[in-house]
Ligand binder design. Sequence first.
Ligand code: GTP
Length: 344
Amino acid sequence: MILAGGFATRLRPLSCSKPKLLFPIVGVPLVESMARWLGSGGVDQVVLAVNHLSDKLKIEVGQSIGGVRVVFSVEEAPLGTAGPIRLASNLLGKDDPFFVINGDIVSNIDLVGMLALHKSSEADATIALVSVPNPSQYGSVLTDSDGIVSKFDEKSGSFSSPGLVNAGVYVLSPRVMSSIPIGKSVSLEREVFPRLVENGKMQSWMHHGFWYDIGRVSEYVRTNKELLERQEAGSGESERDRQKVGHIVRPAYLGSKSRLGVGSEVGPFTILSDNVTVGDSATVQNSIVFEETTIGEKATIEDAVIGERVVIGRGSKIGRGSIIAGQSSIPARSVVPPDSVILC
Ligand code: GTP
């Protein structure tokens, strides 16, 4: 199950017109990257736990994505992070353990290894842990020498740094289901896990690979830039090398059907999703641009995140650190001061 029914308030205004699971991660919708990762771990069906406002997600995702079958479980009212598990109990199976994953995680956690550890332990839940320099914004976790979780502290910031934190990826045994009341908003982190920890029923899986939580704009940007660099290091010829008229400064990513005008410059650290048009002599540096956006000629964009279907008028200057909501229109020759947030 991927939990995807939150309101993504920390990603506003970009999330006002786009569900978090559809945010592009180096040009690929997050839900597709997650499905591919889950598929590589042997998962063949994903239950997307969503709220009643998720029509856009349903239309975009359809019945399968990234080679994995998708079933939607829709809440009339938000049920928190545990309530959706109970709601979808008939979809998650009675006998076998299942994964539950926050819908804002980009990672290469070894799901096969994690599941095997869970099955070989007596635990009711296994939680993936990562080490981060500053645990205060995440749920901090302490374990004993056998990896059994001894303390779980959801975002109170009371543990020392650096430290181990909840990676938002769990394996649960079906017997956890009965501890979640039906039809109520229940928190896994604040209600279900503390009880399991008290009873010594929570195992940990230490993850040493990459892990990002894209829940805040700054982290979303960092994720994209670091993954872009990682991909550049290993990739050969790609779309960007077919662009002849514009100048591309690596690392950069150009989605399919993105077009560069004569004398334009894109990069470094720039990601254009599909169908982005960059006008003649425009420059885009250190920025992420969502799909179907049009950047007018001679416009300059630096250190910005631009939502989907935005029109940036010709000659406009978008200041560093600005965020422009999807479907906005910036008139020609506008000067957007640094750190602006433009709502649509
Ligand atoms: P913020 O509003 O920015 O905190 O974002 P969020 O609520 O989307 O994310 P948070 O990190 O608080 O929640 C972790 C995960 O649980 C996210 O993937 C959310 O989509 C999901 N989630 C939170 N509340 C609910 C809920 O009531 N129902 C469902 N189905 N998922 C939820």
